[in-house]
Design a binder for this molecule. Structure first.
Ligand code: CA
Length: 236
């Protein structure tokens, strides 16, 4: 099993603490100090998970997050990312989740908490049993892919998580809190705006393939619901 973790952190003391905590748990840690070097290593050998500091001498962990989520390489577009943010940088935290980070830790953090978050992210990234999917959608859990009306959707890991949660409960209204927890895990704070942002991009991708259909319905103040038109239920 690939347990290699790429750590991008320009503060040597923090990097040492993080690397020590993870290596004690049998993870293999590759530490780089610069964003440029991280980009190079990510392209050469995608790790199982990446930890990015936000403030870096040659850029920002947020930028790197955004560029990875736009990548056409699934191993990078879906790479579990944990952000390390400076204390009280609320903007970085919210922005980080919007740009596609899976979780964040505010400095200072305990090494034990960091290891727990890493384990949770890797567990979530692992393939799970396939829940039943309606005919219009075909869910490929092992490949973390969804086919819509017979065509593969190019989804980020987070969009995939959102759609997977909706597919598991067709006809039910899922609150933003429930969707947030399904994608980011129950320990995260619910941030409506983050869910809305990803639902919006997911809708745009669905619309591209089927302009006439709007299968994700907004319930104001409540959440989102997947509504399948009866005529389309046989489309594969
Ligand atoms: Ca830094």
């Amino acid at each position: 099993m690939n347990s290699r973790i790429l750590l991008l952190e320009d503060d040597p003391a923090i990097a040492r603490t993080v690397a020590f905590a993870l290596e004690r748990e049998a993870f293999v840690v590759e530490h780089v100090l610069l964003m440029g070097h991280a980009q190079q290593r990510l392209a050469e050998a995608p790790p199982a998970l990446a930890i990015f500091d936000v403030g870096l001498p040659d850029g920002s962990g947020l930028e790197l997050c955004r560029s990875l989520r736009a990548s056409s390489t699934p191993a990078l577009a879906q790479l579990p990312i944990l952000l390390l943010t400076a204390r009280n940088e609320e903007m970085d935290r919210v922005l980080g989740l919007e740009l596609g980070a899976d979780d964040y830790l505010a400095k200072p953090f305990s090494p034990r908490e960091l290891v727990a978050r890493v384990r949770a992210l890797l567990r979530r990234a692992a393939p799970r049993p396939m829940p039943p999917a309606p005919g219009l959608f075909t869910l490929d859990e092992a490949g973390q892919r969804v086919h819509y009306a017979g065509q593969a959707l190019a989804l980020t890991r987070l969009e995939y998580g959102l759609l997977r949660a909706l597919l598991a409960a067709p006809g039910r209204i899922l609150s933003r809190e429930a969707l947030f927890a399904a994608v980011w895990g129950p320990h995260s704070d619910a941030i409506d705006r983050t869910v809305d942002t990803h639902v919006k991009t997911l809708r745009a991708k669905l619309r591209e393939l089927q302009p006439g259909l709007e299968p994700i319905v907004t319930h104001r103040g409540m959440g989102y619901e997947l509504v399948l038109p009866p005529s389309a239920s046989q489309v594969r």
